[in-house]
Design a protein around this ligand. Sequence first.
Ligand code: KG4
Ligand code: ZN
Length: 333
Amino acid sequence: GDVAVVLGIETSCDETGVGIVDGGRILGAALASSMEEHARYGGVVPEIAARAHLESFAPCLRTAMEQAQIKPGEIDAIAVTSGPGLATALQTGLAAAKSLALAWDKPLYGVHHLAGHVAADTLEHGPLPARSIALIVSGGHTSLLLLGDLATDPIVHLGDTRDDAAGEAFDKVARLLGLPYPGGPSVSRAAAEGDPDAIAFPRAMLGQGFGFSFSGLKSAVARRVEQDPGLHVPDVAASFQEAVVDVLTRKAVAACVAHGIGTLVIVGGVAANARLREVAAGRCAAAGITLRVPPPALCTDNGVMIAAVGDLLAAAGHPPATLGLSADPSAPL
Ligand code: KG4
Ligand code: ZN
């Protein structure tokens, strides 16, 4: 049948995620994060992340299985993130997934991390229409993608960032402003107290296709911090956030209009940003575009989004991977 119980494993960065889905329904989910261990380094340290995955995997697996009230015999397939991500971190998830596939005699599917982020939305809002556009905004990626069927059609990149990812810009600006890592939540908290029009930060590459650049914006914030001793952190945070949100939403809507697409999906960690959701909702409504954004818990890395892709691949009759499946840290989509 089409409905399969899939166990998904995500270890591409600093979140250990195990999720179990049954035909688009979430049966169980467990998450552990090494985020706090990276905080004092201002970014994810691969060796620390890998060790944390090794420690967290078995407890997460047990929690997700208990929540789903499921036994190994009732699982139809194992799905695991094969890339992109940190090589050492990916390796831990792959080793775990292969061990389970071998021990339980289940088919194994390698999943692209970004396809996972997109599929997360289908768990909340159901299948995607035949054609849609995705704005993927995370710590490692900022891309506008033209999507067909997630399991069978190639994904077309309409534009990507030339330098920093949007989440990376939030993380670097947080550091400049003395706000805690991860930067997204802390910058957006500070921004809530500030004036988004206080400083006219640059909007790079507006009106120039669907590519992005955020390093100039980060440098503009750095200059501001150096030059202004009486810096009002909330105003800088709000003005920075507004510049990022303005560029992301304008380009995403322009891409939908240019390609005659009626549905925009915004996914990835930065999709948890309240201001991004608010501005995107306004601009999509004005342009007659349906906006889909998963709830914040499904925006950041997790195991169920990987299971959701495994489910789509299995349903599409995609051949399973062999136990030779290897990590592809810089996998193209
Ligand atoms: O998708 P994700 O969990 O991991 C990656 O695959 O990168 O995204 C993490 C990124 C981090 O850069 C974090 O600062 C950012 O998402 N982020 C946010 C918010 N919450 C998380 N950025 C802006 N506003 C937020 N509320
Ligand atoms: Zn991610």
